[in-house]
Design a protein around this ligand. Structure first.
Ligand SMILES: [Zn+2]
Length: 175
């Protein structure tokens, strides 16, 4: 995982950059939730399921199949999100997938089971600049702070630039 503070930020940044006419607030919030949801799998540890299991951390809930399922939920519940169905489906699928992309950019733990249920293989991206987050107990430690600094550099800052750039461009086009 990257930390749960960080996972919804790319979704928030893109939503703010596109503006509420394209991404209405409810759709934005649903997307931010979809970007956090895959890490509900840490509950698996409580049930004694190992990290490397299909339903262990970064397993099934981090797969493309899970992202597609989020997309289907988006299609079904689009009216509640004040959105067209196609848009809500794509938005939620991409939001859930963004979670696994961030995890695949971290430098530790096991990779992401992109291809579950067809393959148990865990994947990382070739470039892994983000320091992996310790689980909650180690969070307020020196390592926890180093992780936040790493996420600030590689996620928070780019997201802020993206959001500000998008808002600025939108204002420039439509005063
Ligand atoms: Zn994760």
């Amino acid at each position: 995982m990257t930390t749960l503070i960080t996972h919804p930020l790319p979704v928030l940044a893109i939503g703010l950059a596109l503006g509420s006419r394209v991404i209405p607030p409810r759709l934005l919030i649903a997307g931010m939730l979809a970007a956090c949801l895959p890490d509900a799998d840490v509950l698996a540890f409580k049930f004694g399921i190992a990290y490397a299991d299909s339903f262990g951390h970064r397993g099934a809930s981090h797969s493309l199949a899970f992202a597609a399922l989020m997309g289907v939920l988006g299609l079904l519940f689009a009216p509640l999100l004040n959105s067209g169905r196609i848009k809500a489906g794509i938005w939620l699928a991409l939001a859930a997938a963004s979670h696994s992309v961030l995890d695949a950019l971290t430098n530790g733990g096991l990779g992401v089971a992109w291809l579950w249920p067809w393959s148990e293989q865990r994947f990382f991206l070739p470039w892994r600049p983000i320091a992996v987050s310790p689980f909650i107990n180690g969070f307020f430690s020196e390592r926890g702070l180093a992780v936040l600094a790493s996420e600030a550099r590689w996620v928070w800052l780019p997201c802020t630039i993206l959001a500000v750039a998008g808002i600025t461009i939108r204002k420039a086009i439509k005063p």
